[in-house]
Design a protein around this ligand. Structure first.
Ligand code: T5A
Length: 207
């Protein structure tokens, strides 16, 4: 039987990586074979593109940047996510296409429709079964990311508050439009409270 595909989305420092780890471990303890991964990245090819996008100084036009995120995603989906799901594994992914729709599409001004069309061939029919949106205010998330990384944040984290507010608003819009795929969780609560809310959403929707 095909596994389930769960993505975690939200702004900077919302707690996605923390919760991806806890959710994967909980699913594993319940007897599921699991794969924990993240975007951009997750495969050697996608990690190479991640380094170009996040760590390098190379400037890209907004359109080129959106295509690079989609290229990394195509490699990730074809090489890792789709085969894992076909083998019955549950895939937990820290960020996926909704991040590109929010960052490059809505906040980055390319427009959500254009970015969605750029991603269609990368994703095919491999859309998430469940997307957990961790809602935090921009202050909380950015404070957490800076407390963890100091000045070593990447070029997206470094964008101004207006950009991050637009990202948060875009995620809220996506969740409103697709209530069946999205579960919204208050990411400002304690790590354990957030983990409990995510487990409830998974139990209600997928188990
Ligand atoms: N991007 C990505 C795009 O522009 N387009 C795309 O298509 C994609 C896929 C990725 C960047 O790329 C952009 C978005 C990003 O700017 P990244 O390094 O992968 O960069 O970083 P992020 O995905 O933004 O994730 P972060 O690492 O910043 O944050 P997380 O994963 O949300 O948060 P996490 O779990 O690492 O927690 C941050 C800190 O807060 C603490 C943790 O212990 C940690 O120290 N914390 C909490 N503290 C209190 N209460 C809680 N509930 C907490 N949860 C976590």
């Amino acid at each position: 039987m095909r596994g389930k595909f769960i993505t975690l989305e939200g702004g900077e420092g919302a707690g996605k990586s923390t919760q991806a780890r806890l959710l994967t471990s909980w699913l594993h303890d319940r007897g599921f074979e699991t794969v924990e991964t993240r975007e951009p990245g997750g495969t050697p090819g996608a990690d190479a593109i991640r380094a170009l996008l996040l760590d390098g100084d190379t400037p890209f036009t907004p359109t080129a940047e959106a295509h690079l995120f989609a290229a990394a995603r195509a490699d990730h989906v074809e090489t890792l996510i789709r085969p894992a799901l076909a083998a019955g594994r549950w895939v937990v992914c820290d960020r996926f296409v909704d991040s590109t729709l929010a960052y490059q599409g809505a906040a980055g001004k390319l427009g959500v429709d254009l970015v969605r069309s750029i991603n269609e061939t990368a994703i095919g029919d491999t859309w998430p079964d469940l997307t957990i949106l961790l809602r935090t205010d921009t202050d909380t998330g950015t404070r957490r990311a800076i407390a963890r990384d100091g000045a070593e944040t990447d070029r997206f984290t470094n964008r101004d508050f207006a950009f991050h507010r637009a990202v948060g608003k875009a995620f809220d819009n996506f969740a409103e439009r697709e209530p069946v795929r999205f579960a919204v969780v208050d990411g400002t609560k304690s790590i354990e409270q957030v983990a409990g809310a995510i487990r409830s959403a998974v139990e209600t929707r997928l188990l």
